[in-house]
Design a protein around this ligand. Structure first.
Ligand code: GAP
Length: 490
C-alpha cells in the first residue's frame, strides 16, 4: 500500500486532504491524473449500467435530505459502530475491529521489552494475548458504546434542535424517496432500476488504509425494483434478478482488466445479514491489506419503500396491470464505492518489471480507464520543426482523446514516466518525420507509436493517426493494428 500511496502523490493521482495543515487522515484529494481516472471509472459504470441497458435510468439526488428520511431508513437508530477508547492515550477503536491490528506489548518475560505483535496472535515470548490498548500497549480500553456514524449539521441559519439534519451516509435513500417521481415521470414498467453516483459521508471511527475507508467518499449505487408476485422459471423473480446482478457486477470489474484471481464472492452469513435483507453477497478484492469488500449486492426486499411509505404517509407502490393490484416492489441493490474501485483498479494495474536490466514501473490500466490515452513526445526539443509538429499533433488528437505533450526529459525517461501513469500509447516525432529544411530534405511525415504493455513500436503516417487511435482506443487490439505497419526501431 505504501508504494501505491507514494506513487499516487508523486505522479499527481491522490493527495492527502489539507496536507499543508498536517492532513486529516480521513479524506483525500484527487489530483490531475486521479480525477481523470475516477471520472473514467464513473463514466464506464454509468455507460454500462444505464446507457447500455433498456431497464435502467439515472438520478442525482441531494446530499442534504429531510431528517425524517434517516428515521425511516433506520440510520438514526441503528447506523452505529461499537467504539472503545484507550484510558491512557485516548486513541479510539472500533470494538469489533480491534483484534484486526497488530499490538504493542511490553513483555514481562523479556524484562518489559517492547514488541509489536502481529494481529490476533499471542506474544511468542510470554504467550499472553492482547488485553490493553494496541497502540500504546499501556492503557485499558473502555467498555464499548454505540457511536452513530452520521455527520450532523443544521439546515438554515439557526443552530437549534429543530434544524438538525445529516449528510447522507449512502446515496440509496435518495433513490427510494424518489421512487414514485421516477416511476410516474418516466412511465416505467417493472422490473427497472434507478442508478446514482454521489458523495456519501460517514464519521468512521477508524478511517484508514489510504482511500479504502474514508469519512467522505463516493458511491455508485443501483436500486433495481422487481415485482415480488412474479416468477422466472418457477423461481421468485427477486432471487433470479439478484443472481443476475451478482454475475453482472462481478464481470464488470474484469471487463476493465481486473484479474479474476483477485476477485471473489463472499456470501453473508445468516447472523451477519441486515434484518431486512433476504440475501447479501460481497464482491471482494484482494487489496494490499487483504481480501476486503469492494461492492455489496443485497436483496433488501420491500423494506425501504414500506418504511418511507409509513413515515411519509405517501403510497410507494406499483400498479400491476396484469393482476390488477398494487404491489410494493422488492429491491436488489448493487452498491459500489467509486474510491474503493479506484484503489482496486490501481492495485491491480500496478506492476514492477525488469526491462534490459532496469526496473520499470507500469500501470496496466484498461485504455478506457487510463487517465491519459496518448502522450506526444518530441525526440529532440531543440529542433523547432519537431516541436511544432508534436504540438500540432497533440492539439489534433486532444479533440478526441486526453492527450499530453512532454519534452522535459530524454525519450527513454519520457516513456518510463508515461508507463508509470498508465498511458497506453506514446507518439514520437523525430528527425525522419520532419526532415531537415537546411539540407533541403523533406520528412516522411511518419511517427512512431509505442504500446505501453509490449513496448513494441510501429511507424505510421501522421495522416492515419486518428483512424489508428479510433481502432486502438475502441475495441481494436494492438496486434491487429500493428500487423499493418512496419516496426520502428526501439
Ligand atoms: N446502500 C448500501 C451501502 O451503503 P455499504 O456496504 O455500507 O452499503 C457500499 O457501502 C460500498 O460503499 C462499499 O462496498 C464500499 O465500496 C463503499 N464504502 C462504504 N463505506 C466506505 C468508506 N468509509 N470509505 C470508502 N468507501 C466506502
Amino acid at each position: 500500500m505504501d508504494v501505491l500511496v507514494s506513487l499516487c502523490k508523486r505522479r499527481g493521482f491522490i493527495f492527502q486532504s489539507s496536507e499543508i495543515y498536517g492532513g486529516t487522515g480521513a479524506a483525500w484529494d484527487y489530483g490531475p491524473l486521479g480525477v481523470e481516472l475516477k471520472n473514467n471509472i464513473k463514466r464506464a459504470w454509468w455507460r454500462d449500467n444505464i446507457h447500455l441497458r433498456p431497464d435502467m435510468v439515472g438520478l442525482d439526488a441531494s446530499i442534504l435530505m429531510h431528517p425524517q428520511v434517516w428515521k425511516a431508513s433506520g440510520h438514526l437508530d441503528h447506523f452505529t459502530d461499537p467504539m472503545v477508547d484507550c484510558k491512557a492515550c485516548q486513541h479510539r477503536f472500533r470494538a469489533d475491529k480491534v483484534e484486526e491490528q497488530s499490538w504493542i506489548h511490553y513483555c514481562p518475560a523479556t524484562k518489559g521489552n517492547k514488541f509489536e505483535v502481529p494481529a490476533g496472535e499471542p506474544c511468542k515470548h510470554c504467550n499472553v494475548r492482547r488485553s490493553l490498548c494496541p497502540d500504546c500497549g499501556k492503557g485499558e480500553l473502555t467498555t464499548p458504546r454505540q457511536f452513530n456514524l452520521m455527520f450532523k449539521t443544521f439546515m438554515g441559519p439557526v443552530e437549534e434542535d429543530a434544524a438538525v439534519t445529516y449528510l447522507r451516509p449512502e446515496t440509496a435513500q435518495g433513490i427510494f424517496v424518489n421512487f414514485d417521481n421516477v416511476l410516474q415521470s418516466m412511465r416505467l414498467k417493472l422490473p427497472f432500476g434507478i442508478a446514482q453516483i454521489g458523495k456519501a459521508f460517514r464519521n468512521e471511527i477508524t478511517p484508514g488504509n489510504f482511500i479504502f475507508r474514508t469519512r467522505e467518499f463516493e458511491q455508485m449505487e443501483i436500486e433495481f425494483f422487481v415485482n415480488p408476485l412474479e416468477t422466472i422459471d418457477g423461481r421468485p423473480a427477486d432471487e433470479v434478478w439478484h443472481e443476475r446482478w451478482i454475475e453482472s457486477r462481478f464481470a464488470w470489474y474484469q471487463r476493465y482488466g481486473m484479474r479474476r484471481e483477485n476477485l471473489r464472492i463472499r456470501e453473508h452469513e445468516k447472523d451477519e445479514l441486515a434484518h431486512y435483507a433476504k440475501r447479501t453477497v460481497d464482491i471482494e478484492y484482494q487489496f494490499p491489506i487483504g481480501w476486503s469488500e469492494l461492492e455489496g449486492v443485497a436483496n433488501r426486499t420491500d423494506f425501504d419503500l414500506k418504511q418511507h411509505a409509513q413515515f411519509s404517509g405517501k403510497s410507494l407502490t406499483y400498479f400491476d396491470e396484469e393482476r390488477k393490484q398494487h404491489v410494493v416492489p422488492y429491491v436488489i441493490e448493487p452498491s459500489a464505492g467509486a474510491d474503493r474501485s479506484l484503489l482496486a483498479f490501481l492495485a491491480d494495474a500496478y506492476r514492477e518489471e525488469e526491462v534490459r536490466g532496469e526496473r520499470r514501473v507500469v500501470l496496466r490500466f484498461h485504455p478506457d480507464l487510463a487517465p491519459v490515452k496518448i502522450a506526444v513526445l518530441p525526440l529532440l526539443k531543440k529542433r523547432p520543426e519537431i516541436v511544432t509538429t508534436a504540438h500540432d499533433l497533440r492539439a489534433t488528437l486532444a479533440g478526441r482523446w486526453v492527450t499530453v505533450y512532454d519534452d522535459t526529459a530524454a525519450i527513454g525517461r519520457l516513456y518510463r514516466r508515461q508507463d508509470e501513469v498508465g498511458t497506453p500509447y506514446c507518439v514520437t516525432v523525430d528527425v525522419q518525420t520532419v526532415g531537415d529544411s537546411a539540407k533541403g530534405e523533406s520528412g516522411d511525415r511518419c511517427v512512431t507509436i509505442r504500446e505501453r504493455d509490449s513496448m513494441e513500436q510501429i511507424r505510421v503516417p501522421i495522416a492515419e493517426l486518428p483512424g489508428i487511435f479510433e481502432r486502438l482506443l475502441g475495441a481494436g487490439a494492438w496486434a491487429d493494428v500493428a500487423r499493418s505497419y512496419p516496426p520502428a526501431r526501439g
